[in-house]
Every structure is written in C-alpha cells, then in structure tokens.
Design a protein around this ligand. Structure first.
Ligand SMILES: [Zn+2]
Ligand SMILES: [Zn+2]
Ligand SMILES: [Zn+2]
Ligand SMILES: [Zn+2]
Ligand SMILES: [Zn+2]
Ligand SMILES: [Zn+2]
Ligand SMILES: [Zn+2]
Length: 381
C-alpha cells in the first residue's frame, strides 16, 4: 500500500535521492445494510452509515467523527501526533524511520544521501545549513574563515603545512613534495626557504647572510664543517671510483656564507650554492653552509666536476657544456645516493644547467657515459 517513488536529482550529489511517500487512503463506504457489523473502536453494532479502511477495519459514524485517522496506517485512533503535515498514531510514530538530522519520523518527501547513509526530512533539507564543499545539510557547521564545512569535510580537508589552515582552494608544493602543501596566503607572506623554496613561515630562521630556512630544512641543514666532511668524502670517492674522474690538484674545501661566495663569483659564472674557484694552481671549492645533505651532494659533485674540467677540458667550452656536465655528475651522484626524485628536479627549468644536463643525458642514452666524457674532453681527449 505504501508507494515510494524514486526520483533522481543530480544537482547536489549523485547519491542524493528524494523519496516521496504517499500515505494510506481511507475508503469511505456508505451502506444502509449493517447486519452483523461491529465498530472496531467502540465495539457497538453498526446501523446505517459506516466507514471502512483499506485494511478492512470498520467504524461507526460517531467514532469516525470524534476520532482521528492515522495518515500512515489509516486506523482510527483517539489522538494522533502531527509530524510534518501528517497525523500519525502512536504505533506508526514509533515505527517510522527517522530523519538523520532532526530525529523526526520521515513522513512525506525525504532525501536520501546513499553514500553517507543519511536520510533527511524535507524540513531539514530546506532549513539546515549546507556544507560548502559537499552540499550535504548538517546539524553542526564548522566555520573555517568564510567557509562552512560539515564535520566529515573539515576532517578530510588537508591543511597548510605552514599555518595549519584548511586548504580549500589553491595551494602550492615544492620540490615535488606533496606531503607539505602551502596556502596562497603563506606563499605570498613569508620569505622563501633558500633550500626547498617553500615559505619559511613564522618559525623560519634567518641566517647571518640574510638567507631564510624553513623549520624542516633548518632541522636537517649542515652548519659545521666537521659534519660535512663525511659527505664530501663519499661524494669524492663516488667521483673517483664510480665516475672514474681523478683530479690531480689538491683543493681547499670550505663552508661559506652567501656574501662570500657572491663576492668570489664576481665575473665568474657559478651557481650560488657553491663555487669552484681557481687562481693559477690553487684550486678552492666553496659551499654554502645551511644546506641539506642532498643539496651538499649536488653542490659538491657539481663543483668537483668543475675542478676536473679545469684539468681535462678545453677552456672555450660553452656555458651549457660546462654546467651541463657538472650537473650530469651531480645528477648521477644524487641517484647513486638514493635521491632519485631530487635528481629528477635538476632536469626541470630552462637555464643553462637544466638544458645542459638534458643534453648530457641525451648523449649518455645513446653512447653511454663514455660518450659524455668524449663530448666534454673535446680536443683534449
Ligand atoms: Zn464506534
Ligand atoms: Zn498508524
Ligand atoms: Zn529533519
Ligand atoms: Zn561536507
Ligand atoms: Zn598557510
Ligand atoms: Zn625548506
Ligand atoms: Zn657550475
């Protein structure tokens, strides 16, 4: 007897399903013949007009006029409970499914959110605030900034790695690290970390030479020359034994600030994180303090490669060949020491470093590492 029409609406959620219930219809029967009929409610014999419900109960006229009809089961009862425009007997009221939000019985139209297992009465559909992310009506709205979210969406929303605010629209991540996303506000507000490029944030560190580091990089950055020695040694032996590159000159190695390296690099091309500096037969390699291990591997391998070039390559090498080869050695060192993702970042961009590296990788893919060495040795081979 209960008719449910499923109508699909896709405006908010695919899983939202309005349901229309049509309640019992009372059949009214008038009859002059009443032999043997008793009123189901008062128990009196019926004479004259009587009323019969669709489920077969018969009632006398007096009971019919003084009692209420349950709009769900069609029975005549002493009193009904009014819910959402319907009048329900106690039994029906107790048995009805409830709205997931207000707890009232679901009478008439309601909406089902299948995925969430929610059934929402038409009143709540109309009146409750809606989550601005999933559009589902809710009892408790969580307000974040100007945005109102349901509990589920608020919990699921990723947060800015810097300020902790939910990331509702645009965000940025750095060095391909999707585990740390930054909101546009923080990205615009804070100076960038010189190591990873992310906003340094309220707990960032400003170094003596004016560089900023984010707390993540600061934690793993190297400042003591003694701590860098072992990294320098492992890169050097990778270059000697794995790459087969020997450098005959002794070279000084030191950690320096940005100002020092910039001053030394005047008129000499060099990447700002490190510098190979030559005066006659005096070779020096300067590397910035405050770098992470992977930065140190990259910079040390790069600068040692320039020292090797000074002994093995023609002086008129193009900038792209020069930097491309040094980046190629750095790339191979990073991969050797399990920094594949960081190595891959070296090919990004459109400067002499990235273009030169791509060129070297191309030569290597066709003729192996030997072809790269042949290419850069030029007439010195
Ligand atoms: Zn009666
Ligand atoms: Zn009922
Ligand atoms: Zn409700
Ligand atoms: Zn939501
Ligand atoms: Zn933020
Ligand atoms: Zn950083
Ligand atoms: Zn260089």
């Amino acid at each position: 007897m209960l008719s449910i029409n499923y109508l699909k609406r896709t405006k908010f959620l695919k899983a939202r399903l309005p349901i229309i219930q049509i309640a019992f219809i009372i059949l009214l029967l008038c009859s002059a013949v009443s032999a043997g009929l008793r009123c189901q409610l008062c128990g009196r014999d019926i004479s004259g007009t009587y009323f019969k419900s669709t489920s077969g109960e018969v009632y006398c006229e007096s009971c019919w006029k003084s009692h209420s009809v349950c709009s769900q089961c069609g029975k005549l009862v002493l009193s009904t409970i009014a819910v959402n425009g319907a009048n329900l007997c106690r039994d029906c009221y107790a048995r009805m499914e409830r709205c997931s939000l207000c707890g009232e019985p679901l009478v008439g139209n309601y909406t089902q959110y299948l995925k969430l297992g929610l059934k929402v009465c038409s009143k709540c559909e109309r009146e409750k605030p809606r989550c601005q992310k999933c559009s589902v009506p809710m009892n408790e709205a969580i307000k974040i900034g100007d945005i109102v979210l349901c509990q589920r969406c608020a919990e699921k929303t990723e947060r800015c790695h810097c300020c902790g605010e939910p990331l509702l629209s645009n965000y940025t991540f750095f060095e391909g690290n999707q585990a740390a996303k930054y909101c546009d506000k923080c990205t615009a507000r804070y100076p960038r970390c010189e190591d990873c490029g992310a906003p340094s944030g309220p707990y960032g560190t400003k170094l003596d030479d004016g560089r900023y580091l984010c707390p993540d990089c600061r934690r793993i950055a190297y400042f003591e020359p003694g701590m860098v020695t072992s990294i320098k040694q492992k890169v050097q032996s990778f270059i000697n034994y794995n790459m087969g590159m020997t450098i005959n000159h002794q070279f000084d190695f030191s950690l320096q600030g940005q100002d020092f390296i910039k001053r030394k690099a005047k008129d000499i091309h060099g990447d700002i994180n490190g510098l190979f500096y030559r005066r006659g037969d005096d070779f020096s390699i300067y590397v910035l303090y405050g770098l992470r291990e992977k930065d140190l591997i990259r910079v040390i391998a790069h600068e040692i490669s320039h020292a090797w070039q000074a002994e093995n390559c023609p002086k008129d090498m193009s900038l792209e060949d020069q930097e491309g080869f040094a980046q190629w050695v750095a790339y191979k060192a990073l991969k050797y020491f399990n920094n594949d993702d960081f190595a891959a970042l070296l090919t990004h961009g459109d400067d002499a470093y990235a273009r030169g590296l791509s060129m070297m990788l191309d030569i290597e893919s066709k003729g192996g590492p030997k072809a790269v060495f042949d290419a850069v040795r030029g007439d010195k081979q």
